[in-house]
Design a protein around this ligand. Structure first.
Ligand code: PRP
Ligand code: URA
Length: 215
């Protein structure tokens, strides 16, 4: 699959290792995923469109730059919330929407239970950033990309921590070449495989449970 980028950074590897470690307690897990959200957001936001602005410092008139692109963050509940804070804090103008999905334990298919999105005039220009730490079967991300394409978005970005090759293949198979030009995937790791229960191996376990302490 062409439209996937693996984010490489020593701090990303450092915090991801803490998240993967089964000994990491929930408090440190939360802290580490939070730190990661800032690091990834600052790398990801490097491509934002900015415009020149005129300002006056205490000493003189000069020019600067301000982000002009409309950004909508879309965490997939629950685990996506863990990646949201850095993206909001670094760009407080970003709007935050929510997609509530859970995987049916038997079929592993995503079930939608909540969706809230801002009314936007400039859908074609808006950058949507879907946040979900895990891409396992790919079902949740496929559902979300389909939803956003149907709504008319043309700049869809999915940020994850860990992906299974099976999930990436499912995403690749689901969308045609034209659709694939409208979304990009960013991850910190493409892992080995899915196990028989649909968990990513080696992965980091159940991200939502580890963030919220519901194990
Ligand atoms: C997890 C994870 C993803 C999904 C990935 O959610 O946060 O959303 O599974 O799996 P998929 O690629 O096979 O769709 P989960 O259903 O565990 O819900 P939670 O975040 O509320 O714990
Ligand atoms: N969801 C998770 O949280 N972890 C996995 O390994 C797969 C799906």
């Amino acid at each position: 699959m062409k439209n996937i980028a693996v984010i490489e950074h020593p701090l990303v590897a450092h915090y991801l290792t803490i998240l993967r470690d089964r000994q990491t307690p929930s408090s440190e897990f939360k802290h580490s995923i939070d730190r990661l959200s800032y690091i990834i957001a600052s790398i990801f936001y490097a491509d934002l469109k900015a415009e020149k602005v005129n300002i006056t410092t205490p000493l003189k008139a000069t020019t600067g730059a301000k982000v002009k692109q409309s950004v909508v963050l879309l965490p997939i509940l629950r685990a996506g919330l863990g990646l949201t804070r850095g993206f909001i804090d670094l760009l407080p103008e970003a709007r935050v929407s929510h997609m509530g999905l859970y995987r049916d334990e038997e079929s592993l298919k995503p079930i939608k239970y909540y969706f809230k999105f801002p009314a936007l005039k400039d859908k074609k220009d808006a950058k949507v950033i879907v946040l979900d730490p895990m891409i396992a079967t790919g079902g949740s991300v496929i559902f979300t990309i389909e939803y956003l394409l149907n709504m008319g978005f043309r700049d869809i970005n999915v940020v994850s921590l860990v992906c299974a090759p099976e999930g990436l293949k499912a995403i690749d198979n689901r969308f045609d070449a034209k659709e694939k030009r409208l979304f990009h995937l960013y991850t910190c790791s493409i892992d080995e495989k899915l196990n028989e229960k649909g968990y990513i191996v080696p992965g980091l376990g159940d991200a939502g449970d580890r963030i919220f302490g519901t194990i």
